[in-house]
Write a protein that binds this ligand. Structure first.
Ligand code: UDP
Ligand code: MG
Length: 325
């Protein structure tokens, strides 16, 4: 089923890459992308989103844009985070299909060829799925494994396993995506929420070309909490269920003690039980308040309705004002 819209010769393909301090990676990335994209034989644009880099990334982007009319960039006023940078790229991209990839060459540009092929065959979203994670530390692998299984269980979206942000999206999906303006973003889950007309392409994730990862344990934890709270109300429900169980248990306990005293004259046991139950209840209450707080904090940030990002400068692309900025 050949849709004219998906005829590679006639389309514009956008490649979006969020960039935070990747000065040494941009040139090699551009070179490899050029090789691959020229081979595809379509029109294309490469869009770098400078997420408030403090190194010379922006200068490198300017240079690349000056030397290659197909390169454009957007530069933020400060670091707004990976998810916001990706969203800005999708706001500004004008391609019939848009590829999102990291700027550190962990996502091999050659995979784009397979993605375009799957898109031509009718899929609206084509995920890059990592073949193996063997090169990553055991702790990270274990936590990713747990996280994905947990999300699949409790979230309202079916998050594809072992995929990152590396993917191709059809224009129609990009337009839908632009309508999701929530502040606590998790692009991966948001896209999964949009459509089930997806395909996946297997690839080997390379090590970083240069520099080090911009994610630490804390950032990753924040992202996972964000994604769970944004896509699931299960924690809230869990609270009521556990609260109910504790309530019923305490009633039974009270009854048992009461009957023991009345029927058998057994004295009520000492303070150990008291202290333990005190701590137990105090602990659960605080935990649950914390969970309510997580949801409240997000309601608060949605209500404030601040822009997702602020653009300081753009180059190499026609100046358009994206939604939400
Ligand atoms: N990135 C970004 N803003 C940030 C952190 C990261 O735009 O605040 C970009 C970064 O430059 C890279 C991509 O997001 O292109 C993925 O980041 P990284 O490689 O550090 O993550 P990892 O691959 O280690 O998960
Ligand atoms: Mg990386």
């Amino acid at each position: 089923m050949e849709e004219p819209r998906r005829d590679v010769e006639k389309i514009l393909l956008s490649v979006v890459a969020p960039v935070y301090n990747e000065e040494e990676n941009l040139e090699p990335l551009h070179a490899r992308l050029t090789g691959v994209l020229e081979g595809l034989g379509c029109q294309y644009e490469v869009l770098f989103v400078d997420d408030g880099s403090t190194d010379s990334s922006l200068a490198v982007m300017r240079e690349l844009a000056a030397g290659d009319p197909r390169v454009g960039f957007i530069s933020f006023t400060r670091n707004f985070g990976h998810e916001s940078a990706t969203s800005a790229g999708l706001d500004f991209a004008s391609g019939d299909a848009v590829v999102i990839m990291d700027a550190d060459l962990q996502d091999p540009p050659e995979v784009i060829v397979d993605m375009v092929e799957a898109w031509r065959n009718g899929s609206d979203v084509v995920y890059g799925r990592r073949r193996q994670r063997a090169k990553e530390p055991a702790l990270k692998r274990a936590s990713s494994f747990l996280y994905y299984r947990l999300m699949r269980r409790i979230a309202e979206v079916d998050l594809p396993v072992d995929t990152g942000d590396f993917r191709l999206m059809d224009r129609s999906i990009v337009e839908f995506f632009k309508r999701l303006r929530e502040k606590n973003r998790f692009v991966r889950a948001q896209v999964a929420w949009l459509t089930s007309n997806t395909a996946e392409v297997l690839y080997d994730r390379d090590p970083r070309h240069a520099g080090k990862t911009k994610y630490n344990f804390y950032k990753r934890l924040k992202l996972s909490i964000d994604s769970i709270v944004s896509f699931s109300t299960f924690p809230l429900r869990l609270m009521s269920v556990i609260g109910l169980i504790i309530f019923v248990l305490s009633l039974i306990g009270a009854l048992v003690v009461f009957i023991q005293k009345l029927a058998f004259g057994i004295a009520i046991p000492g303070y150990t039980f008291l202290v333990i139950s005190l701590f137990f209840l105090g602990g659960t209450q605080m935990l649950f308040l914390g969970i309510v707080g997580e949801y409240m904090a997000r309601v608060y940030s949605e209500v404030k309705d601040r822009p997702l990002y602020l653009v300081a400068s753009v180059g190499g692309i026609e100046e358009r004002k994206p939604r939400g900025a």
